[in-house]
Design a protein around this ligand. Sequence first.
Ligand code: PMV
Length: 337
Amino acid sequence: MTVSSAPGKVYLFGEHAVVYGEPAVPCAIERRATVAVDAREDDHIRVEARDLSLDGFTVEYAGDTDDRPDVDVPSGLVDAAMGYIDAAVEQARDAADAPDAGFDIRVESEIPLGAGLGSSAAVVVAGIDAATRELGVELSSEELADRAYRAEYDVQDGQASRADTFCSAMGGAVRVEGDDCRRIDAPNLPFVVGFDGGAGDTGELVAGVRSLREEYGFAADTVESIGDIVREGESLLAAADPASDPEPELLADLGRLMDFDHGLLEALGVSSRTLDNMVWAAREAGAHGAKLTGAGGGGCIVALDETPETRTALRYTAECRDAFRAELDREGVRAEK
Ligand code: PMV
């Protein structure tokens, strides 16, 4: 058996604008998806999955991932999750030049699905890593990030940036602008995540921003302004000492930029009442700043707070299903076994 894990992420800044070539800064967090893989004698794929936000399910099928039967669970999320696992299997078969390889796959994830924390990227990165290693092939983290991106790109019909998959493969804070992806230095940022129990439809939300942008020049300007926020945030991070805890002024400045970013995302129509309520609860509890993370529409917010206050306040907020501290995870994909 070969086991790999990979982290989820929050967007410190830049989701949605990254789709239009602006930079974004996602940060890996210490919440992981773990994928265990056993090679089989035949070409069957058997998947057992358990995610924080799903009841577990098991599915088995033969051969070509295109021939997989629909999963007998009444949840669009399960079908979406299986799409990513299929795509990871195809990438692993291709990387190992083993088109008929069969696998028993067990997925366990601490990351809620479709909620802006990059759970699909983490599953794809860990899945490709475990399945290729099981077949005796070691991929560099760059190739792994690239293959994971291609897997997401296929599943999401071309609507994917490299942000989630690169961040999950590499860990730490990263900067993504088009095809240019790199790690950047960042101190230990005290992230707090609030989860409303729901999920947003990334394709629909991205399409909504696209049509606003086509219709109104000021929506295009709004997207560019998000890019300006990211550039400002990056220079703050670059000036900080990555080896020590962040200075209070840095947290205050980053928080103000996060608030601004959330306001612009809200203007672009990708927030929701539950996300806004959690953002306001975090701010009122004393967080340095708070914003939605990921596609929006429902799912998670991220706040900056080194005290337990924001977490506690979120737990008493009706719209919040779960709230947790999420340390910056400097390690990307990891071989567990
Ligand atoms: O919700 P997530 O974590 O998949 O993030 C989506 C981020 C977008 O910028 C809206 C789309 C993308 O592919 O970058």
